[in-house]
Design a binder for this molecule. Structure first.
Ligand code: ADP
Length: 471
């Protein structure tokens, strides 16, 4: 089963990690305790053996059990019941009477210990009794003038140590479940507390829908991870809200722009159908309808181009294009339009600059700019087109002597469907898409476009398109 709650996962991982840590620490403590208990026993046995050795070197009489008890007390702090002291001669035979120990070891002196003692070395052994507890035994030689005169075996039961270790294990085994229970419960509460703001955030985020995009998540101002997350989500909501509003405006504008020619079309056809007419009248209506259909067609084409450019799917048929030649040809083609508007259209400084571009799209972009220049210039005005070679760009400029626009307008004129109120009044046929289409084409060519104007004193549109490298 997959665990879906982060709270449960956190508690699980936290408790597992703590169990592992406790087990590791417990194991380590147990190891250290065993080691230090063993070491203490060996250390004490060695101390007793050393005292016995010096005592026996100094005097010949028997060592009394009371003295042995004293030695054990001195080294262990108490005299254990299960302690042993055996005395052997150098050949390994037990010497009865020495120390008159009440509990001599039943285990015979091992060959290895005797040999080591004969060479003057001490040997520690652990002897596991079958029914009795294990013993720790030290066999040590008693030397006199470099000669082994006796062998002493000091032993002590390991029962106490085993009991201590057992108690330690029992305490650990008892404490572990309690610790885990407490830490698990604490972890569960802590995780719940830490995740509560996320739950609140989820609830608030669930309330925010496309209809209520103005709502935002609460930011506490603590600048912690959750605050940053809330701020990031709020920023994202701002962007979504902005895009959504733009889209709504765009569809409203697009429907409005499409509705106007369709209404005209419908009206003209309805009027034509009201009564029988002469063929020439029908022809006139059809011509007018065709004009409106052209307008709709242009609008739809423009919207399609913008949609493709937005999706990064504007396909460019790239090839070397001489921009000067293209501008020249276009100016020639637009002369009749300029003449119709009584505007002088001419070109100057036509440097030959080759760019890697889609000629049809570049023509479309430039004709939109020239067309605007002609459209917005008053009768008797001038439109000048120039092409220069910049550093690594072709610089195309379209200047006109029209009314221009304010700095505030300059910010918006590239927006879709944006039209200055004056333009709306005087030129009913515009759609407000020409400049945004021009900008999309320029951007698709990795170029740049800007508009400058002094209101009432003409405007200049400058386009930069990167040159071909071989240029
Ligand atoms: P349209 O010309 O169809 O209205 P455009 O996108 O080409 O759409 O232009 C957007 C707006 O920018 C125009 O409505 C007009 O207000 C302003 N504009 C564009 N070109 C010029 C120009 N040469 N002189 C003054 N205003 C301009």
């Amino acid at each position: 089963m997959r665990v879906r709650s982060i709270r449960l996962k956190l508690t699980f991982w936290y408790t597992s990690l703590l169990t592992l840590t406790c087990l590791l620490l417990g194991g380590l403590s147990y190891g250290l305790l065993s080691y230090s208990l063993n070491r203490d026993i060996d250390y004490a046995l060695r101390g007793i053996a050393d005292v016995l050795e010096t005592t026996m070197q100094r005097r010949t009489e028997t060592i009394l059990p009371a003295e042995i008890d004293d030695m054990f007390r001195q080294f262990f702090g108490f005299s254990p019941l299960e302690r042993h002291i055996d005395f052997f001669n150098p050949s390994g035979q037990r010497q009865r009477g020495q120390g008159r120990e009440k509990s001599v070891l039943e285990v015979p002196l091992s060959e290895a210990a005797l040999q080591a003692a004969a060479q003057g070395q001490q040997v520690f052994e652990t002897i596991e009794g079958e029914n009795s507890p294990a013993l720790r035994v030290l066999t040590t030689p008693v030397m006199d003038n470099g000669r082994v005169i006796n062998v002493v075996r000091v032993g002590m039961s390991l029962e106490n140590m085993h009991q201590t270790k057992k108690r330690f294990l029992l305490i650990m085994a008892g404490l572990l479940p309690i610790t885990l229970l407490l830490s698990g419960g604490g972890g569960w509460l802590l995780a719940g507390r830490a995740l509560r703001p996320i739950d609140n955030m989820t609830r608030s985020a669930n309330r925010i829908s496309a209809e209520h995009l103005t709502q935002r998540l609460a930011v506490s101002g603590s600048d912690d991870e959750l605050d940053r997350l809330a701020r990031t989500i709020n920023d994202m909501l701002d962007r979504i809200d902005g895009t959504l509003q733009e889209m709504r405006r765009f569809s409203a504008d697009a429907s409005h722009e499409l509705q106007t020619p369709l209404t005209i079309l419908k009206g003209e056809i309805e009027v034509a159908l009201l009564k029988q007419r002469e063929p020439s009248e029908y022809e006139q209506v059809l011509h007018s309808c065709l004009e409106e259909i052209d307008r709709i067609n242009k609008l739809v084409e423009g919207l399609l181009l913008l949609a493709r450019a937005d999706a990064g799917a504007l396909k460019l048929d790239l090839q070397p294009v001489d921009v000067a030649q293209m501008a020249h040809k276009l100016c020639d083609q637009l002369q009749p339009l300029a003449l119709q508007h009584e505007v002088e259209l001419h070109y100057e400084d036509l440097d030959s600059v080759i760019v890697d571009g889609d000629e049809l799209q570049l023509q479309r972009m430039l004709s939109n700019l020239i067309d605007n220049g002609i459209k917005y210039s008053p009768a008797g005005g001038q439109v000048t087109v120039s092409v220069e070679k910049g550093n690594d760009h072709a610089v195309i400029m379209v200047k006109d002597s029209g009314p221009g626009f304010s700095a505030e307008e300059a910010e918006k004129i590239f927006d879709r469907f944006h039209r200055a109120p004056q333009a709306r009044q005087q030129h009913s046929k515009g759609s407000g898409l020409g400049l945004s289409i021009a900008r999309s084409i320029v951007l698709a060519h990795r170029g740049d476009i800007k508009a400058e104007s002094v209101a009432g004193n003409g405007s200049t549109f400058t386009v930069l398109i990167p040159c071909l490298e071989s240029n």
